[in-house]
Design a binder for this molecule. Structure first.
Ligand code: ATP
Ligand code: MG
Length: 316
């Protein structure tokens, strides 16, 4: 479906000049519908009441072209059931996930260094390019690399294994230097890429830039608010563009009075609520382990073993 340019939107009380300002931030009505009035007012430099009218008009426009927003329970269950899944390329992990990674959902993988988070991101950046009959989404991926660990040579190795030709051609890499740049890319540039067929959004890791930039207790509330802002956008995109969202997270040691420190994912409640499914990754002898930490559909503590080889993540 061809997107509709913002200037074609009819909003009473809003003139062409205002819509042109809006169009500098967001080009199409379909993406405009994802904005909150406050965000739009701030980014486009327009008055809040006008922004509110514009966003409302955009939503009305989108609804009229894609149908309602209230579903009967049975109908909704069917929609959820019919969602496409993305294979991780590891049978044990796919089984644990109930078939693979599901579009619309946010998957969080937390673990210490060397637990395979980045390797997993590389692998699904390739499997998403596979056709559906091979477990892919025949789509592209955008890899938001906040730690500078994206590796083209690893992508090529995994590509060979899955017989994906030129896997780097269907992959966009973003290397933001700070939170402001990250937000700008996500809000203003991702829609364009999503329309080109991105079905997987990866953020490796979601916490690094925020931890570096918002230091100390007095910055904590601000940090959490900004992480929330980012994740909220990713969730909107996941819904609108039928994409999978994968985020990686660092772990913190929480000291407990009786001795052994407890390992918990960083980022507190904000990341906990934003993630649909949360997993821990860790070393388990020779192999690695992926363990469910919190999910509406997978039992807590359920786990899958895997190993990392030249070919990427594999079953043991
Ligand atoms: N070509 C390869 N063959 C075998 N193992 C590899 C290969 N490349 C990477 N690895 C393994 O992958 C591990 C690194 O995993 P990865 O980079 O995904 O960790 P991570 O969880 O992202 O860590 P960090 O928190 O530091 O980002 C290494 O410990 C290494 O053992
Ligand atoms: Mg990593």
């Amino acid at each position: 479906m061809k997107p509709t340019p913002v200037r074609e939107l009819k909003v009473s009380g809003v003139g062409r000049l205002t819509l042109e300002k809006v169009e500098e931030v967001v080009k199409y009505v379909e993406d405009l519908a994802l904005f909150n009035p406050e965000e739009l007012a701030e980014r486009a430099g327009i008055e809040l009441d006008k922004a509110a009218s514009i966003v409302r008009a955009a939503r009305r426009f989108v609804r009229s072209s894609v149908g309602g927003r209230v579903y009967r329970g049975s109908e909704y269950a069917h929609i959820l059931e019919a969602r496409e899944t993305l294979t991780t390329g590891v049978k044990a992990i796919d089984e644990l996930l109930g078939g693979g990674l599901k579009v619309w959902d946010v998957y969080e993988f937390a673990g210490e260094f060397g637990s395979g988070k980045t390797q997993l991101c590389h692998q699904v950046s390739v499997t998403v390019q596979l056709p559906p009959e091979k477990g892919g989404l025949a789509g592209k991926a955008v890899y938001i690399d906040t730690e500078g660990t994206f590796s083209p040579s690893r992508i090529k190795m995994v590509g060979e294994r899955f017989n994906v030709e030129d896997p780097l051609d269907n992959l966009y890499v973003v290397r933001p230097l700070n939170v402001d740049e990250l937000e700008e890319v996500v809000v203003e540039e991702l829609p364009k890429l999503l329309r080109e067929g991105i079905r997987l959004i990866l953020v490796d890791s979601v916490i690094a830039l925020y931890r570096a930039e918002f230091k100390g207790r007095e910055m904590l509330a601000m940090r959490q608010q900004r992480i929330n802002y980012l994740l909220d956008w990713l969730k909107r995109y996941a819904r609108r563009y039928r994409s999978v969202v994968v985020i990686t997270n660092q772990v913190l040691s929480q000291p407990v009075p009786w001795g052994i420190a407890l390992k918990i994912p960083a980022g507190g409640n904000i990341i906990a609520h934003a993630s649909t499914h949360r997993f821990f990754m860790r070393r388990a002898g020779e192999a690695l382990l992926l363990e469910c930490f919190d999910s509406p559909t997978i039992a807590r503590g359920a786990s899958a073993k895997f190993q990392i080889t030249d070919r990427g993540l594999e079953d043991v």
